[in-house]
Design a protein around this ligand. Structure first.
Ligand SMILES: NC(=O)c1ccc[n+]([C@@H]2O[C@H](COP(=O)([O-])OP(=O)(O)OC[C@H]3O[C@@H](n4cnc5c(N)ncnc54)[C@H](O)[C@@H]3O)[C@@H](O)[C@H]2O)c1
Ligand SMILES: [Zn+2]
Length: 381
């Protein structure tokens, strides 16, 4: 069976925050709002006013900083005995995930209001829980994707550039991962067959980023939403999220399992880690020199990392490269590749990239993995 999941309604534009009230009024007359304290100070009163004008009673809860069971206990207790039928969350990925966890706990609908375009949390039906020491505990699932995603592009334009760049990195890899998952007949995030629509969205996402990411970053530098930023936000928040959930993942996201186990890379932003990780995937796929010249030109133009030195300021030791390769291959999405990968070839790819040898290693691994050409049914658009 193939499954395609998506939010019920997506609203994006300059000044979208002022539409929160009318949008929530379509769903409920009472809502809780889990809100990043920084965002509450800037926009909390404005969100409250929009809801009051639309007849929606909004209970504001300031987010404590971690998407953890103890934080969900605290937020849930603050709502008392009559929890609202909808939980909205305004902030970064952690705050949104805490809002989703709270909603799941009390059986409420979900609305997300991302204030940075850095992750796929706003549209997905997943949420990530950590313990109070910031260690990953679990990835949980909501019964459905959010009922509403509301994105104010001016808020995103005023947020930090590096988080916007990380969102671009997380989105640019989706085409290559969905292609591999589809070709390998892998499973998407719903545990089902990938939907062809997800591949089309991943292709559209990639094309938007290649065409408009530099101009969108310039808009972030000016702190002013424009048409380029508008398109890129739709790609990084909506298209990226839909394409990975319904299309599936591959080596690029599997690399985060290896990178997060090596202290010098563990603190890098997720989107920058996967932007690097997809280079390892593409070397293993056997892409040619022209392909890399084109893609690396794009990376250089916008500041995405083309090596681990660029990601975190230090090259891996051979032992660290082995650790990264071993843990990467233990990730479930690593099976979404047309052949079974050996640890040694992943290590070779990692070390070759540090030496700037993208296409040299390509020839070697392409020969070693020649079954890839014959067993991968190409899905072209
Ligand atoms: N649910 C999913 O599908 C999914 C997918 C990817 C990642 N995640 C999760 O997302 C989290 C990471 O999210 P993130 O990268 O957004 O980081 P984050 O949520 O930690 O936010 C980063 C910082 O940005 C600040 N911030 C938020 N909006 C701002 C604004 N407009 N201007 C200035 N600062 C602002 C926040 O206060 C915070 O300090 C992780 O916990 C990860 O597990 C979830
Ligand atoms: Zn991601």
């Amino acid at each position: 069976m193939k499954v395609f999941g998506a939010p019920r309604r997506y609203v994006q534009g300059k000044g979208a925050l002022d539409h929160l009230g009318p949008e929530l009024a379509r769903l409920t007359d009472t809502a809780a709002l889990v809100i990043d304290p920084f965002i509450d100070d800037l926009f909390g009163d404005r969100l409250q006013a929009s809801c009051t004008a639309a007849g929606v009673n909004l209970v504001r809860l300031r987010f404590g900083g971690e998407s953890s069971p103890s934080e969900i206990d605290r937020l849930s207790a603050a709502l008392g005995d009559t929890p609202p039928p909808l939980v909205a969350a305004a902030g970064g990925g952690k705050c949104i995930d805490a809002g989703k966890a709270l909603a799941n706990r009390i059986g409420a609908k979900v609305a997300t209001i991302p204030t940075i375009a850095s992750t796929d949390a706003p549209t997905s039906h997943n949420y990530v829980l950590y313990d109070d020491d910031h260690r990953l505990l679990a990835v949980e699932k909501l019964p459905a994707n959010p009922d509403l995603v509301l994105v104010d592009t001016q808020v995103i334009a005023e947020a930090p550039r590096q988080l916007f760049l990380a969102g671009i990195g997380d989105a640019v890899v989706k085409l290559f991962e969905v292609e591999r998952c589809v070709a390998a007949k892998g499973r998407n995030v719903f545990g089902a067959d990938p939907a062809f629509s997800a591949l089309i969205l991943a292709r559209g996402c990639y094309d938007v980023l290649r065409g408009h990411a530099p101009a969108a970053l310039a808009a972030v530098d000016r702190k002013e939403a424009d048409d380029a930023l508008d398109l890129v936000v739709e790609a990084t928040v909506l298209m990226s999220g839909l394409s990975f959930e319904s299309g599936g993942l591959s080596i690029a996201h599997s690399m985060t399992r290896g990178l997060s186990a090596v202290p010098k890379y563990a603190r890098a932003l997720h989107g920058l880690e996967v932007a690097y990780g997809v280079l390892v995937q593409l070397v293993l796929e056997g892409r040619d020199a022209d392909f890399f010249a084109d893609l690396l030109g794009f990376y250089d133009a916008i500041g995405l990392p083309t090596s681990l030195v660029a990601l975190a300021g230090a090259a891996p030791t051979p032992e660290e490269a082995s650790t990264i390769a071993r843990l990467t291959l233990s990730a479930p999405h690593a099976r979404h590749f047309p052949r079974v990968l050996e640890e040694a070839e992943v290590v070779r790819a990692i070390l070759a990239i540090e030496a700037g040898q993208f296409a040299d290693v390509t020839r070697e691994t392409a020969l070693a993995g020649s079954i890839m050409q014959s067993s991968a049914p190409a899905m072209t658009i």
